[in-house]
Ligand binder design. Structure first.
Ligand SMILES: NC(=O)c1ccc[n+]([C@@H]2O[C@H](COP(=O)([O-])OP(=O)(O)OC[C@H]3O[C@@H](n4cnc5c(N)ncnc54)[C@H](OP(=O)(O)O)[C@@H]3O)[C@@H](O)[C@H]2O)c1
Length: 323
């Protein structure tokens, strides 16, 4: 099968298309013919091998995960002996740990769900990692309640565009922070208020929020916490900030150390994709409460350009790949 592969760390040139072995579904797995995938900042980190302190986990000299991408949508082709929930022909979406920028993936039943009926495969493929991150951040970690005022920093990006819509679905009043060119888009997906960060600084504006989901890390944790009410919570969701060596680890360590003692500081936040979250997203989508925002779509052969675009840090919603 055709797949994008990488055998060294570096810029987009390390990604190339190659014929590799088609995966086989193990007992509890499902073999899916991928029709669409998507990429996010985590794929850029894995491509570059940054921060260097992550390399023991990524692979010291070259990436252990050879195929980029996690998110996929496609059609079930075969099921393993113990896989009971899906049938050949089902249209599904989910997360493929071994890389989704390929013609086939073999995936645990626990990491996938039936595609929302009212989305195309391409729309479904941009949902899993970013949608689940936004859902679990706001619903489970911040426990957003109706009537609360929630700020989403980085409201125009992959996580942010889902977060704005999910916060509205949870009944919150939502303020999104983005650059001038994205103000109207963020308003159009439901934000009640939009702060243009090129004009105003949400940490000094005087407004106080019940919860902040920070996807950008361009303010100190202390400055962000000052923009919260007394019982508010700050969720730091950022994987791309910081230096070449430590990346976001310094900020994550500070959040972990402070969160037991500083009541507004939430712990570092990581939300692996689970089937039940995909089903919850599916319900919100079928109820018309979330519509994925797709910035650009690239063919599989141009995955390198797609990851490069995400790495620039100004994607307008999600970046999709057609396979
Ligand atoms: N915890 C997890 O499980 C998890 C999962 C997924 C992602 N993440 C992390 O979450 C972060 C966000 O991911 P993403 O997919 O949303 O990234 P993204 O798609 O690259 O979006 C980043 C957004 O940030 C905005 N931005 C840039 N500078 C800004 C500023 N100074 N103030 C406000 N907004 C600014 C950009 O908007 P403009 O173009 O308008 O500037 C862009 O739309 C990444 O660091 C990623 O590693 C974590």
């Amino acid at each position: 099968m055709k797949a994008i592969v990488q055998d060294e760390y570096g810029s987009s040139e390390v990604l190339r298309i190659e014929d590799i072995d088609k995966p086989v579904a193990n007992d509890d797995e499902v073999l899916v013919r991928v029709q669409a995938a998507s990429v996010h900042p985590g794929d850029w980190l894995l491509m570059t091998g940054r921060p260097l302190l992550f390399r023991p986990g990524f692979g010291l000299r070259k990436p252990r995960k050879r195929v980029p991408g996690f998110d996929f949508a496609g059609t079930v082709e075969a099921v393993g002996g113990n896989a009971k929930e899906f049938q050949p022909g089902d249209e599904v979406f989910g997360e493929a740990a071994n890389g989704s920028c390929a013609e086939y993936v073999s995936v645990s039943e626990e990491k996938m769900a039936l595609k929302p009926a009212n989305l195309t495969l391409q729309q479904a493929a941009v949902l899993p990692v970013s949608g689940v991150t936004a859902l679990r951040g706001l619903r489970d970690a911040a426990k957003v309640q109706p009537g609360q005022h929630v700020l989403i920093n980085g409201a125009s990006g992959g996580v942010g565009t889902f977060a704005v819509q999910i916060a509205k679905a949870l009944g919150a009043e939502v303020t999104g922070v983005c650059s001038t060119r994205n103000v109207e888009m963020v308003r159009s997906i439901g934000a009640d208020h939009v702060i243009d960060y090129t004009q105003d600084d949400f940490t000094t504006g005087g407004e106080r929020f019940d919860a902040i989901l920070d996807n950008v890390a361009n303010h100190s944790l202390a400055d962000c916490r000052r923009a919260l009410i007394g019982e508010g919570i700050l969720l730091t969701n950022n994987g791309t900030s910081g230096s070449r060596w430590v990346g976001p680890l310094g900020r994550m360590a500070a959040a972990a150390l402070l969160s037991p003692f500083v009541h507004k500081q939430g712990p570092p936040f990581y939300a692996p994709v689970r089937k039940r979250d995909l089903i919850d997203l599916n319900e919100l989508i079928e109820a018309g409460k979330i519509t994925p925002v797709i910035d650009r779509t690239y063919p599989l052969s141009e995955t390198a350009e797609a990851v490069g675009h995400v790495g620039e840090g100004h994607a307008r919603g999600k970046v999709a790949i057609t396979v």
